[in-house]
Design a protein around this ligand. Structure first.
Ligand code: NAP
Ligand code: G4F
Length: 327
């Protein structure tokens, strides 16, 4: 019998990488997607796995759809990756962000408790819950939580609710506190992909300038393809627990810009980059750097792709994608 997994957020960045990973392990993969007249399967297509997914339609804000799906599918593993995941916009759409990222998790946990209580549950938690709690040092599972955005606050509710179902009902629920992870499948709004897309366009003569909110903030950037393996490993342990997943190195947005322009041989990149206050946030997280020792020791997980390899991979993918537009 094939193992079964349900992934919410199947059309996003992590959903397709996780689906590919589980399919290679022989899983039957169900993907929860919202109803669209014209769904965008682009990221699944990129990995060539669209036809291998069993799609189910639902929405994290619609409790009844989750009840029906869990009742019908009864997956052995549920990976909750669906979210309003863009921190920058979470101030403008704070109610929606809360409904999806906080209440959606409660609805899903309730559905599992009622119809499939032995399903193992993975919650996509985030380094955003730490905020600026440790400005210059490493963050681990014991660092204080001080979220700085409606996104982070909603994710912190989900973090505690995931633990509460474990403690109250003995369910197998885990939080993966993942630091930033990127790839050629990253949404274009996020700073890394915005940069690599712009660098490729500038190199190909399709764009003149790149406008950013700041060059100074620092993130612990890893490769999404590496991080989905940690999600899977959490659900294979004997006992449920929460884990930080991070590369351990941190770089500024400036470092990322510099590395990306370097890939295309442009050294005077200051001439192509400008600050636009429109992209500044009402409250910023300045420095993220994770300590994934627990994941390394317990899950035997380690990231493989380095910062430089990640930047190169993303710039090269954007150059390839944009090449047909060059006349
Ligand atoms: P992503 O590319 O933005 O994908 C999120 C997915 O969630 C999208 O496919 C979206 O569906 C879906 N979604 C949004 N609202 C929904 C709703 N109401 N019901 C059902 N699905 C909904 O995000 P990602 O980078 O893959 O991240 C995956 C998860 O990890 C997210 O929960 C994110 O918050 C969390 N996380 C990400 C990172 C990171 O660095 N990438 C780090 C820590 C935690 P549509 O395609 O229909 O829009
Ligand atoms: O790429 P970002 O939008 O990612 P952010 O805010 O760190 O959030 C991502 O990682 C979290 C984990 O820590 C996830 F939970 C979350 O779902 C998401 O995947 O911004 C990174 C940094 C920020 O400091 C931002 O202010 O880049 C800075 N930045 C500077 N200029 C910009 C821009 N960010 C964006 N998106 N666009 C800019 O023009």
């Amino acid at each position: 019998m094939k193992k079964t997994a349900l992934i919410t957020g199947i059309l996003g960045q992590d959903g397709p990488y996780l689906a590919q990973f589980l399919l290679e392990k022989g899983y039957k993969v169900y993907g929860l997607m919202r109803r669209y007249s014209n769904p965008n399967y682009g990221n699944l297509e990129y990995l060539g796995i669209t036809k291998d997914i069993d799609f189910v339609e639902g929405d994290l804000t619609d409790e009844s759809s989750l009840y029906t799906i869990i009742k019908n599918v009864r997956p052995q593993e549920v990976y909750n990756l669906g979210a309003q995941s863009f921190v920058g916009q979470s101030w403008e759409i704070s109610k929606l962000t809360t409904e999806v990222n906080a209440l959606g998790v409660l609805y899903l946990l309730n559905a599992i408790k009622q119809f499939s209580p032995t399903s193992k549950f993975y919650q996509a938690s985030t380094s955003e819950i730490f905020g600026n709690s440790n400005v210059d040092g490493f963050l681990d599972e014991n660092s204080p939580f001080k979220p700085r955005s409606p996104y982070g606050i909603a994710k912190l509710y989900a973090y505690w609710m995931t633990i509460n179902f474990r403690e109250s009902y003995g369910m197998f629920t885990c939080n993966g506190i993942l630091f930033n992870h990127e790839s050629p499948l990253r949404g274009i709004q996020f700073v890394t992909r915005k940069i690599t897309d712009a660098v490729a366009r500038i190199k190909l003569g399709l764009q003149d300038k790149l406008y950013l909110g700041t060059l100074d903030t620092k993130r612990d950037w890893g490769f999404a393809g590496d991080y989905v393996e940690a999600m899977y490993l959490m659900l294979q342990q004997e006992n449920p627990d929460d884990y930080v997943v991070a590369s351990g190195s941190t770089h500024s947005v400036r470092d990322f810009v510099d590395a990306a322009f370097n890939v295309v041989g442009i050294s005077d990149w200051e001439n192509y980059v400008a600050i636009d206050p429109q992209h500044k946030r009402p409250a910023e997280v300045f420095h993220l750097q994770g300590n994934a020792k627990k994941a390394e020791e317990t899950l035997n997980w380690k990231p493989r792709v380095t910062f430089e390899e990640l930047v190169t991979m993303m710039v090269e993918a954007d150059l390839k994608r944009l090449q047909p537009q060059v006349k």
